[in-house]
Design a protein around this ligand. Structure first.
Ligand code: HEC
Length: 155
């Protein structure tokens, strides 16, 4: 199950890269920037839920952990389906994007960072208690941060 999700996402990312090359445009850049920023907000929500368990503020709950992991995977799949990272959505009209030009000039690096995220999410989803989650969580945070350092401009 978990492996299938990861494989599906990897496949989806592959399609995104192909999609970007083909230049398929299906919405306005503003809509797509909003959509990818919305994906990231889902990510933050998931990270917060997980962090609370990691810190021991909330008791370990496998359902919450699975749901958080799934929300990240689902948001990513949705973004890929919408092709929100298409090069034609680099800059908006009235919506500001913080995506750096490197997202498009280094598409392979960007795709690699998504795969790093997928792996980290899979490890989090595979954890079965607080200790395991605590061990897996830092890599997830690092996956977010790692991509942002290269591909996201500061506000
Ligand atoms: C592969 C790269 C990549 C990964 C992985 C990634 N992000 Fe992002 N993130 C970006 C980029 C690029 C932007 C800027 C998008 C834009 O403004 O067009 C962004 C924007 C954001 C924003 C700002 C959204 C807004 O409203 O402007 C937040 C918050 C965020 N990311 C959180 C996260 C979290 C939490 C994770 C990990 C679970 C994560 N991101 C993983 C690339 C990534």
């Amino acid at each position: 199950m978990k492996k299938n999700v990861a494989a599906a996402v990897a496949l989806a990312v592959g399609f995104a890269v192909i999609g970007a090359g083909a230049g398929i445009a299906a919405g306005s850049a503003d809509d797509m920037i909003n959509a990818r920023q919305a994906e990231m907000k889902v990510n933050v929500k998931a990270i917060k839920a997980l962090l609370s368990i990691v810190k021991g503020e909330t008791p370990y709950d496998a359902t919450v952990v699975q749901a958080a992991a799934k929300s990240i995977t689902d948001a990513q799949a949705e973004a890929v389906a919408k092709d929100v990272w298409n090069a034609s959505y680099q800059t908006g009209t009235s919506v500001k994007s913080n995506a750096k030009p490197e997202v498009w000039s280094d598409a392979a690096g960007f795709a690699a960072d998504w795969k790093t995220l997928d792996k980290a999410v899979a490890a989090v989803a595979a954890s079965r208690d607080q200790a395991a989650l605590k061990a897996a969580f830092p890599k997830l945070g690092a996956a977010c941060k790692g991509c942002h350092e290269t591909f996201r401009a500061a506000d």
